[in-house]
Ligand binder design. Sequence first.
Ligand code: G3P
Length: 246
Amino acid sequence: MFWSNFKNLHLIAGHRGNRHYFPENTLIAFKNAKKCDFIELDIQLTKDNEIVIIHDETPKRTSNFNTDKKISQLTLKELKEHNFGEWFLEKDPYKTKKFLTSKDIKEIKKQTIPTLEEALKVIKKPINIEIKSKEMDLEKLLFLIKGKENKILISSFHHNHLKNIKKLNPGIYTAPLDEIKRENILEYIKEFNTKNYNISKDIADKKYLKYLVKNNINVSVYTVNKKEKIKRYFKKGVKAVFRDYC
Ligand code: G3P
C-alpha cells in the first residue's frame, strides 16, 4: 500500500519537487527534495505522445521557450531544445545567492524538461503523480511505473483518468483531487475504489476534515507552507500536506 512506505504518521509531500529552492518539476528539484517524505509532480502528454513533467499548459513561465503553444501541441524534441532552469535564477537572484551553491547553479543552468521515464530513474522516494492534462496515455503511464506501483499514488482533477486507470489495473493507488466541496462525498469517493482524497486547503475546513477522517479517508491537503498551519492540519487527522519546500 502507498501509505505503508512511511513510518511517520504525518507526511510532507514536496510540491513539484522542492520548488521553493529549485526550479519546479525538474530533476535537480527532485534530487534535492531529500527531507520530503514523498514527491509530488505533474505530468502531461506531448504532441508525440511522450509523458513529460510540467505544471502549466504552456512552457512559457518555467523555461526560456517563449511560446503560447500548449504542451499538447509541442513535441518532446521541441521542448528539449529549451532550458527549464535559468528562469528560476533570473526570477529570484536573492534566493540564488543565499541558498544555492555554485555547483547547484551550474546544474540548474543545465535543466531541461524531464520525461516521466527520466524522473523515475532519479527519484528514490514514493511519488504522487498528478495527471495534469485532459489527454493522457494511461497504458504508457502504467507501463512506465511497472514494478514501482506500491510507491506511487496517482491523482488528478480529471477524475475520469482515475476510473480508467482502475479498469486497466485495479491495484494502482489513486486519489481524486478536488477544490470544491461535494455533497455525498463518501459515495463519490467510493466510485473510485479508493480511500485517498487530495483536497485544496480552501475546502479543508474543520467540519469537512472531521467527517472525512472519521470515515477513514486518507486526506492530503495542498498547498500549505507555514509550520503552524501544517501542525493544525495534522492534528485534525490529515495524512499528508503538500509543501513547497522541505
Ligand atoms: O497535487 C496537489 C496540488 O499540486 C494541486 O495543485 O496547482 O499545484 O497542481 P497544483
